[in-house]
Design a binder for this molecule. Structure first.
Ligand code: AMP
Length: 294
């Protein structure tokens, strides 16, 4: 496994490995890797000749009062996990390497970034768009792997790829969960024991919604009420949003619209704080059939 800390090293090593038209699979992360990242790495490894992991806590996607400074980091453990998964190249740039000067170029996606996480994290998706564009230009992957845990991010990145003609296939990957259902997240380490136990309400409510969606006569508003009432049973939970939207357009569903038989794919998306820790989770619901991700 080759560890590159500069763009030059990355370019040199990739050019060397990529000879004879070998395919490159890319997994961008912020590190503190867990099995959710592990699943993406294995998919990238399996489907491509060369696998590249980037680990970079991108300051541009954090708001002024967010957890940039305390975001968990463990380089040695991350490198060990990458090695175990047979990754060929790990790109670990510094801020100076990624942003040698203040960028004056923006990658802003309208229509998909003012709702859900974009509403409470202004500028977040601009930061994601910029760093993913920069990383795509450096790595030039054939395929890039993103977790559906960040479903809005997947929609935004697919839009960028289509709008800017990036020659990369975006592979959305299913959410990996703890045995009790909690979606794996680097931020789960912030939870104390009580909050960790209560956080299971997120996946429980998504699971129930998956069944309710088929109930005749159930409206979007009624389903959202049920989900909110389950989450509210957790004493430490403060709901930021519980929303049903069309996916991937992220356009709203009218509250009194009936769900049963709805043709399009819809997303039930949650953001809930447990103490100061903000967790997100979601489920793609398809009233007229199931939805599969690799
Ligand atoms: P992060 O390091 O949190 O920026 O995540 C890097 C990538 O891993 C993103 O594409 C995430 O969506 C994905 N990811 C994070 N958690 C999970 C999970 N529990 N299951 C699947 N993918 C995940």
């Amino acid at each position: 496994m080759i560890v590159c800390r500069t763009k030059e090293e990355l370019k040199k090593n990739l050019n060397h490995l990529r000879e004879n038209g070998k395919s490159v699979g890319f997994v961008p992360t912020m590190g503190y890797l867990h099995e959710g990242h592990g699943s993406l790495l294995r998919l990238a490894k399996e489907a491509n000749d060369i696998s590249v992991l980037s680990i970079y806590v991108n300051p541009m996607q954090f708001g002024p009062n967010e957890d940039l400074d305390r975001y968990p980091r463990d380089e040695a453990r991350d490198l060990a996990l990458a090695e175990t998964n047979g990754i060929d190249i790990v790109f670990l740039p510094t801020n100076e390497e990624m942003y040698p000067s203040k960028p004056l170029t923006a990658v802003m996606v309208s229509g998909l970034t003012s709702q859900l996480c974009g509403a409470t994290r202004p500028g977040h998706f601009d930061g994601v768009g910029l760093v993913v564009s920069k990383l795509f230009n450096l790595v030039k992957p054939d395929r890039a792997y993103f977790g559906m845990k960040d479903a809005q991010q997947v929609a935004v990145i697919e839009q960028i790829v289509n709008d800017l003609n990036y020659d990369v296939e975006i592979v959305p990957c299913k959410i990996i969960r703890e045995p009790d259902g909690l979606a794996l997240s680097s931020r789960n380490v912030y939870l104390n024991a009580e909050q960790r136990a209560q956080a299971v309400v997120l996946s429980q409510s998504l699971h129930l919604a998956d069944e309710w969606i088929h109930e005749a006569g159930l409206s979007a508003g009624a389903l959202l009420d049920r989900v909110r009432s389950i989450i509210s049973k957790a004493k430490e939970a403060t709901i930021e949003y519980v929303e049903l939207l069309h996916y991937p357009s992220l356009q709203p569903i009218i509250e009194d619209e009936l769900l049963n038989g709805m043709e399009s794919q819809i997303i039930l998306a949650l953001a809930v704080k447990f103490g100061t820790t903000r967790l997100i989770d979601n489920s793609l619901l398809s009233p007229s059939g199931g939805v599969q991700h690799v």
